[in-house]
Unconditional design. Structure first.
Length: 114
């Protein structure tokens, strides 16, 4: 995972150095869509990492009173943002995405409402 994240960081750095003003409008729109997709996927990776660190007790093992406090110091977040990150990471672990659940069918070809 570390190698892939380093590769992604280099690719993003290259994009950050590119001149957005030189792109035609359709490329700007495509870039907007791509950045949003990447941002969402990266957020999912971060949540998985935070959840694993929290589950392993890494923050406490490193001397912090909680994962929230550890993230606040490590990532220089305010306490509310750190708390949200830990809470969201825990909730993602508890509630898997709907796409992973098999669709229930009503018997008429359309999925039943859950």
């Amino acid at each position: 995972m570390i190698d892939e994240l380093a590769r992604a960081e280099r690719a993003v750095a290259t994009c950050a150095d590119a001149a957005a003003w030189a792109l035609p409008e359709h490329d700007l729109i495509a870039a907007l869509d791509a950045t949003h997709r990447l941002q969402q996927r990266l957020a999912a990776v971060q949540l998985a990492v935070v959840r694993e660190l929290d589950g392993r007790g890494t923050a406490v093992a490193q001397g912090a009173s909680s994962t929230t406090v550890w993230l606040r110091h490590r990532l220089r977040l305010d306490v509310a943002a750190a708390r949200r990150l830990v809470s969201l990471a825990a909730s993602v672990d508890v509630a898997p995405p709907a796409r992973h659940r098999p669709a229930a069918h009503s018997g008429h070809g359309a999925p039943a409402r859950l």
